[in-house]
Design a binder for this molecule. Sequence first.
Ligand SMILES: [Zn+2]
Length: 450
Amino acid sequence: MKPFIVSSLLLCCLPSVHAGWQAGAAKVDITPTESVPLAGYGGKTRMSSRVEHPIWIKALALRDETGATSVLITADLVGLSTKMVDRIARQALDKHGIQRERLILNTSHNHSCPVTEDVLWLYYELTPEETAARDRYTARLYAQYDELIGKAVANLVPADLAFEQGLAGVAVNRRRSRGPESRSMGGQVDQDVPVITVKTGDQLKAVVFGYSCHTTALGGLSISGDYAGFAQLELEKMNPGAIAMFVQNCGGDANPLPRIRGKDAEATDLARMYGRILAEAVNQVIAAKMTPLAGPLRAQLGETELFLQPGIPLDELKQRAPGLSGMPRREFEHFIRQHETQGGPPDHVAYPVQVWRFGGDFKIIALTGETVVDYSLKFKAAHGWNTTWVCGYNNNLLSYVPSLRVLKEGGYEGVTGMFEYGHRAPYTDTVEEQITKKVAELVRGTEAAR
Ligand SMILES: [Zn+2]
């Protein structure tokens, strides 16, 4: 018993010895060691043929003056499933004592990474060998998330945090890029590049930066982090000793444009250039005056429900399924199975939202799924353009998350893209209202705790 008591005392006393922040950054190389099925694009399975550059999971652990430890994790992955989030969060709690609301799991939505576990499972039709490769990769990935959190927490040292934003013009609203019929759709983008720096003395230990844009500059057979991977590489080269972490914000309806398809070398050059543009925007922020961030870090996690419109009736599903093939066939068979085993496809999905507030005004609003840009613009307008960082692509990949505007306009993000995520129909008109209410509640909740 004695060693346990001693270590507990040390743990609880450390924060009062070091006033302010302690921060620890770490990264783990998750590059596959064999050819793997590539994620992100539906249709024919793409097996990786080479590695353009390594891909990573990275963590920033923050311990505030109350002793509470929070961990932000970024990943060069397309997304996580509920099963993966639950397992990673359970490991974080059991092995490292990280409370669920203090763990943000973001992914860059990288389309040049391996397929994992059951993420977007209706997308892919894998052979037994491809499934085995996916499972070997996933098993290693769970161990790597555990290793990553352990390393970040072990690296905690007194540090200073600061925030500011830049701009980069890579993101284009992709809904307008799909031919003449799409030109009447709204074309909003968010080209803000929010940046948090973590310094010990003059040494930059970590730079966390975000952008609202799909990581889809590349569509070939190479493993890479797409433009976000190039941006991180560039920043780490420009700032020796620092770990650069990319956070995907609300890029659900944005692509890096133009893109090149079918000419991999040219496409890679363009992705590298987009990465350099983003890295330069970040570097200019770092070089200028930034606003110090104070603690404590107050974290809240809440959940709302997003309701789905009625699905296709069972008799119609059964009638149409035999005439389909590929992904549409798998979707219909999935809905038929849900009718047969659980009384029908669910009429709603759970939607987690997290808010982290740093000291007074600055806050990170972490949303779930492929959130469209309207949410970023709306919540920054409501809660402070320069004191609010809104990111999507946290927790499980879930689906596209349309605003009411996008839902009413129709199109892929929110209407035709819902089946491939296994949902019976588009969300109802309450989708934006449900999310807005939950965000407001959590933002207030972190204020009220002051
Ligand atoms: Zn997407």
